[in-house]
Design a protein around this ligand. Sequence first.
Ligand SMILES: Cc1ncc(COP(=O)(O)O)c(C=O)c1O
Length: 301
Amino acid sequence: MISVPFDDRDGVIWLDGAFVPWRDARLHVLSHGLHYGGGIFEGIRVYDGRPFKPVEHFQRFHDSARELNFRIPFSAAELDGAMRETLRQQGIADGYVRPVAWRGSEQISVSGAGTSVHVAIAAWEWPHVFAGDAHSRGIRLHTSRWRRPSPATAPVQAKAASLYNICTLARDEAEAAGCDDALLLDFRGYLAEATGANLFLVIDGALHTPTADTFLNGITRQTVLSLAKDLGISAHERHIQPGELRRADEVFLTGTAYEVQPVRAADGHSFEIGSVTTMLSKAYTDLTRSGQGHGGPRRPG
Ligand SMILES: Cc1ncc(COP(=O)(O)O)c(C=O)c1O
């Protein structure tokens, strides 16, 4: 489903310290970030005018840049201020914020030495990742032939644009197979995650989630694990074989954009949207709308 193209919208985008008209927020075709993948990004959800977990997201933004050997030329506080002013100018109460940073066009060479670093923040209204009632009915996953790489091969804890190429290949393959999203194994063959979200299985009432040693330890994943603890649901972080999916009664994904997303089938095997998923989904919804964990002012403007 393609909506209005993202380069042809009204409003403003914060670019390298100043606001520019939305359509003018461009980069040069000879940017290092485009050719060699020197780019990182974040995704932050806004609820009732309040960004959720902004401190954690801007910390990861800086950490991701460091993993790729570059430095963001703005502090977390400056980025937070720019995000809130973007939300105010765009008049967004419920939506999504996309900070992005990339290496500039000083040289076309694999070496990143001497490249400038550019940063932009854009925000838009965005209710759900999956269209229609998929969020409540559950989505269907397709296990991909593409795998998450080893930490010896790629900076797996960075939210690096280059790593999303694997996700695009897997997602396109899943959609071609009539599914909503892909499930990726890691380089060893253990269950890893979906293309933009972490994975949870419910087996005999307990949570089981893959150890985050080859993929992002998502901020939502950590939030859900802490909610589970508060609710007295036992949780196990461990290496999980793909065959264990057949033992799961419930399966769900977690992510900033996905929130707690029930899965109703994977590779033809069906799951219920049961009490554990429902309880955690409600707890997450309550938390994100409660004002806790947001930091900073309540509302733009
Ligand atoms: C590949 C991938 N895994 C996991 C996640 C979940 O991370 P978070 O909960 O921090 O959004 C995301 C989204 O950011 C992602 O893109």
